[in-house]
Design a protein around this ligand. Structure first.
Ligand code: ARG
Length: 459
């Protein structure tokens, strides 16, 4: 005999097994159990407060739910796909355990507002975890920047040597990105922290629920203002997935830089052994697989975002079962981003920069060219003319296979009689870096100033 469904009153025939398998979500939404229970406890207490449940009934429900939480945590709870989802698995167990008061818990509530509540409670916790993990990575970047404050390296545009920069400046660029990520999550949290219970299935409820009281018990900032919106809104999940996609993109770009710089050809950095893997065939290999996986997994983060956007785009108001498809992409994104974030603090702190190599590379590639053009401008040459003159000088260097240092003053003067002996002072990578002493620029003084600002204000 098939067990009767909690919603089985109007049905004459039992559900097919294939249908149960197709519709179930318990296999993945069981991870919401803690939040489902917390929400139900608050709901029961509120029903007690307004006199819908007796004091004794509320106590039985609360004790019963706490017992179930323990059962789940001890691995003693048997989840059933016949009961579809986490909400009905818990409710059924409660009723089996405590009898009729358990069956009263669902008064003035629908799974539609219940699942919205659970997701919001869950995401609130997850966002807190993500924000603290992002802060750890930011801190590792700042620490690394401080210990390598004056290491110079080539800066690239179009992957071609552009201008010398400080390695510390480069690291702090990623810190800025991660700070924006943190802000995005904090902002998303504002909208997550809305309490939907009381919306019922779609239209609200006839019981005089104290929604503010539930919101207060569960630490929400506000209650939702429209029941139809509240049961069909997944904007907060989409915003979250989008913030994760952008964060993943940042970590992926960072990984890509590290991958390139750890090649024999660049050899700018040495990755920590513990974060690399070997080859089963080639004994000499030290592969940056971890970084490659960070880059690769970013595709999943994008996919999950697009998946939910696509699920939502054609849905008529209000709740439709399609909304159950929000969970797997969400959970996958959370697992992926958390696993990725966990790697980074140690990865950053364990990576060493080879400053002889980076500083030598920074002195090649004619990266002094902008400085020479600026030098001429200071001496009164219009910028476009200065650009032209410097271009010719670069061309001479390339043709004659010399760096600018090897060119005598008299030869330099043939390009412009404005050039004096002091030209040699501005053509080192260090001089090039330190002359860019402007807010947001790469000069040591400016980078140090930013580090101090970050550390003093706990940014
Ligand atoms: N498992 C469902 C979900 O995740 C819960 C809500 C079901 N509501 C319903 N009316 N069938 O969306």
């Amino acid at each position: 005999m098939k067990k009767k469904k909690l919603w089985g009153g109007r049905f004459l025939k039992p559900t097919e097994k294939v249908v149960e398998e197709f519709t179930e979500s318990i296999s993945f939404d069981k991870r919401l159990y803690k939040y489902d229970i917390a929400g139900s406890i608050a709901h029961a207490k509120m029903l007690g407060k307004i006199g819908v449940l007796k004091k004794r009934e509320v106590t039985e429900i609360v004790i019963g739910l706490e017992y179930i939480r323990k059962e789940i945590e001890d691995g003693k709870f048997s989840f059933s796909i016949g009961l579809e989802d986490i909400h009905m698995n818990i409710e059924k167990r409660l009723t089996d355990k405590i009898g009729p008061s358990g069956a009263k818990l669902h008064t003035a509530r629908s799974r539609n507002d219940q699942v919205a509540l659970d997701l919001r409670l869950y995401l609130r916790d997850v966002i807190g975890d993500i924000i603290s993990s992002v802060s750890e990575v930011k801190k590792a970047l700042v620490d690394k920047a401080r210990t390598n404050i004056s290491v110079v390296m080539p800066g690239y545009t179009h992957m071609q040597p552009a201008q010398p920069v400080l390695f510390s400046h480069y690291l702090l660029a990623y810190r800025e990105m991660l700070e924006r990520d943190r802000e995005r999550f904090a902002d998303c949290l504002k909208r997550v922290n809305t309490m939907p219970l009381g919306s019922g299935a779609i239209a609200g409820t006839s019981f005089p629920l104290d929604r503010e009281y539930v919101a207060k018990l569960l630490g929400f900032d506000r209650i939702s203002e429209n029941s139809m919106d509240a049961v069909s809104d997944r904007d907060f999940v989409i915003e979250f997935l989008s913030a994760c996609a952008v964060l993943g993109m940042h970590l992926s770009r960072f990984s890509e830089d590290m991958i390139i710089w750890s090649t024999q050809e660049f050899s700018f950095i040495e990755l920590p052994d513990a974060f690399c893997t070997g080859s089963s065939m080639m004994p000499q290999k030290k592969n940056p697989d971890i970084l490659e996986l960070v880059r690769g997994k970013t595709g999943r983060l994008y996919g999950n975002l697009v998946s939910l956007l696509t699920t939502m785009k054609g849905l008529p108001l209000t709740y439709n079962r399609d909304l159950q498809e929000d969970k797997e992409p969400l959970f996958d994104t959370i697992d992926t981003i958390m696993a990725t974030l966990k790697l980074f603090p140690e990865l950053v702190s364990g990576t060493t920069v080879k400053k002889e190599v980076t500083s030598r590379a920074a002195s090649l590639g004619y990266m002094w060219a902008t400085d020479v053009a600026d030098y001429l401008v200071v001496k009164g040459v219009p910028f476009r003319t200065a650009h032209e003159i410097t271009g010719k000088l670069v061309s001479r260097c390339i043709k004659s296979g010399r760096e600018i240092r090897a060119i005598s003053l008299s030869e330099l003067k043939k390009f412009s009689d404005m050039i004096e002996k002091d030209i040699y002072d501005i053509i080192s990578p260090e001089a090039s870096v330190n002359i860019r002493c402007i807010g947001g620029g790469t000069a040591t003084e400016m980078v140090l100033k930013r580090i101090r600002e970050i550390e003093d204000n706990n940014l």
